[in-house]
Design a protein around this ligand. Structure first.
Ligand code: NAD
Length: 338
């Protein structure tokens, strides 16, 4: 059986790293039917629209996409493609695993997953200025909106993720001591959902500021963290930093209508076209896609092959202190898969 997947190669280093990721995924023996679409600057040049309807229709139909990084045109009035995709497919969960891969870094045993709510909270965009006297922008007001169904959906997703990934613990991150309603509701729903998993998944809760400190002191204590939009935005970059940054950080955006897998990094225009970009993050995003498609064992094989290539074979791209090119790294991972 072949899995139908929309493939958006992306801008900048996107085509180079997508090529390596596709070759690695195909080398697993799993069948894919790639529907190649363009978005971002590549689409602007072709049709004037950074997110053409054909690309949306392809994702709508296949419900799974692998996406390279997209350059957001600055100051041109184009909508952000990532925000548009998030809204279009109700991508409510942003999932970011952070795992120590290269030994000798700051922490040896980090293996955590951050599940961030992606649609609610302070990011709903309900804000305005209030004028006082002759200053029209004397006061700024911004509303954080969370809903019980929105909290339930993301927290349940985190627990289900823990179950399917063989994790033992979920940590609910909040600020309910101060934000008694907007964060209090999240915690209340979290404790309720946790009861349904009692005996299978351990649950604790932590205040956001303490979580930030614990993450940089003892990140090994965490398995799955679930939190609201802005706390998640900040903690997810913090977590990537614990394991050496962007070159190894994959991400998934999971929605009711589709799931989109991508690297956390951007289109890296400074090294585009040179064949030196690290394709590992997109390959690891491909492994998350395999998990999502029910091919968990194959996803594990891909993760193991990337790790062995970097750690045992010492094949590393420049960002990890090596000299391998994008294609060379992809070939080395493929050798480890066979
Ligand atoms: P960036 O992640 O593209 O680059 C930051 C630095 O990291 C650069 O020095 C770059 O060379 C390096 N880098 C990034 N990925 C690398 C890789 N795979 N291998 C080796 N080095 C790598 O961030 P930026 O420069 O702020 O953004 C560039 C463009 O990407 C912008 O237009 C931005 O909007 C876009 N962007 C897109 C996404 C996305 O599509 N999800 C995410 C972030 C940024």
């Amino acid at each position: 059986m072949s899995h139908p997947v929309t493939l958006i190669a992306g801008d900048g280093i996107g085509p180079e790293i997508s090529d390596a990721a596709v070759r690695v995924l195909e080398a697993t023996g799993v069948g894919f039917e790639w529907d190649r679409q363009v978005a971002g600057m590549a689409a602007v040049e072709r049709s004037g629209d950074p997110l053409p309807e054909e690309a949306l229709a392809s994702i709508r139909q296949r419900r799974v996409a692998l996406k390279g990084p997209l350059t957001t045109p600055v100051g041109t009035g184009f909508r952000s493609v990532n925000v548009a995709l998030r809204k279009e497919f109700k991508l409510f969960a942003n999932v970011r695993p952070s795992r120590t891969m290269v030994p000798g870094g700051r922490f040896e045993n980090v293996n955590l997953v951050l599940v961030r709510e992606n649609l609610e909270g302070l990011y709903v965009g309900v804000e305005h200025f209030v004028g006082v006297g002759d200053d029209p922008r004397a006061v700024a007001e911004s509303l954080a909106i969370v809903t019980r169904p929105g909290c339930d959906r993301i927290i349940r997703y985190a627990f289900e993720y823990a179950v399917t990934q063989g994790r033992k613990k979920v940590t609910i991150v909040h600020k309910a001591n101060i934000l008694k309603m907007v964060s209090g509701l999240f915690l209340e729903v979290g404790r309720e959902v946790a009861k349904a998993y009692a005996g299978r998944i351990e649950c604790n809760d932590l205040i956001i500021d303490n979580t930030a400190m614990q993450l940089v002191l003892r990140p090994e204590q965490f398995e799955v963290l679930v939190t609201t939009n802005m706390f998640g935005d900040i903690l997810s970059d913090l977590s990537s930093g614990l394991v050496g940054g962007l070159g190894l950080a994959p991400g998934a955006n999971i929605g009711e209508d589709a799931a989109i897998f991508e690297a956390v990094h951007g289109s890296a225009p400074d090294i585009a076209g040179k064949g030196v970009a690290n394709p590992a993050a997109l390959i690891l995003a491909g492994a998350m896609m395999l998990d999502h498609l029910g091919e968990r064992a194959v996803g594990d094989r891909v993760r193991a092959a990337v790790r062995t290539t970097i750690v045992e074979d010492g094949v590393r791209t420049r960002d990890l202190g090596g000299s391998a090119g994008t294609k060379e790294f992809g070939d080395a991972v493929i050798r480890r898969l066979s």
